[in-house]
Design a protein around this ligand. Structure first.
Ligand code: ADP
Ligand code: MG
Length: 245
């Protein structure tokens, strides 16, 4: 794929938490529009890896370039963070703000949008994730699934080029997982570039262009979903899939 500009380029990435070596030489590229799903056991470094993409976690060695911007350079960080939306397991909404205020905050403060314009677009996004009627409520008045959909709308309000999802359905009651995955599927269909850490193998199978299996800080195997789920090459991948499928 020479000549195609990658949206994410990671080379030789190493990360230590004190003495703990948690990323051990990650090489990874993501093309525009690609949907990458990352799977792997707890503690394998999945969250740390995606948090290095927008440098929510700093790292000691290697290179991370997002849309041509080296995230190690502090002056690039504001631009990188504007271009990369992130959705966490714990929704991380601002509890003292309404849904609408949560979604308009960054566009007005960071991008300088006028309030009316920001609200108009926020309502469109809330419509898209199916909760326009909740715009004037506070997060605590919403179900987990609704809160996570607000979090997705909030991220989209910055018109990101890339969306990172870190186990977005893991904190949800089972009956709410589907509504969040539906929104993510819809986003995928719309062409968004996505990196998704998830244990939802059905979603991975259906949406991923490529699945990465991580273990102990390394990428053990990467393949299209139909390959990795049917005939994984590595024993570690097979053992993991046997446990979760
Ligand atoms: P995963 O998301 O795959 O469960 P993480 O990236 O959260 O894995 O964690 C990878 C390793 O780094 C684990 O051993 C975890 O305990 C450790 N770790 C994660 N965050 C921190 C931190 N802030 N300080 C120290 N160790 C951490
Ligand atoms: Mg994690």
């Amino acid at each position: 794929m020479k000549g195609v500009e990658k949206i994410v380029r990671i080379r030789g990435l190493h990360k230590w938490f004190g003495p703990l070596h948690v990323l051990k030489g990650i090489d990874l590229e993501v093309a525009p529009g690609e949907k990458l799903v990352i799977i792997g056991p707890s503690g394998s470094g999945k969250s740390t890896l995606i948090r290095c993409v927008n440098r929510l976690e700093d790292f000691q060695k290697g290179e991370v370039v997002v849309d041509g911007l080296n995230v190690k350079e502090d002056r690039n960080l504001p631009k990188v963070r504007r271009e990369v939306g992130m959705v966490f397991q714990q929704f991380n909404l601002f509890p003292h703000m309404t849904v609408l205020e949560n979604v308009t905050l960054a566009p007005t403060k960071v991008r300088g949008l006028r309030r009316e314009e920001a609200e108009r677009r926020a309502l469109e996004l809330l419509e898209r994730v199916g909760i326009r009627d909740q715009a004037h409520k506070y997060p605590a008045q919403l179900s987990g699934g609704q809160q996570q959909r607000v979090a997705i709308a909030r991220a989209l309000a910055m018109e990101p080029k890339l969306m990172l999802f870190d186990e977005p359905t893991s904190a949800l009651d089972p009956e709410m997982v589907g509504e969040v995955l539906d929104v993510m599927r819809d986003l995928a269909r719309g062409g968004m570039t996505m990196i998704v850490v998830t244990h939802e193998m059905g979603f991975a199978r259906e949406v991923a262009d490529r699945v990465i299996f991580m273990d102990q800080g390394q990428i053990v195997e990467e393949a299209p979903p139909e390959v990795i789920f049917k005939s994984p090459k590595e024993e570690r991948t097979r053992a993991f899939l046997q446990r979760v499928l």
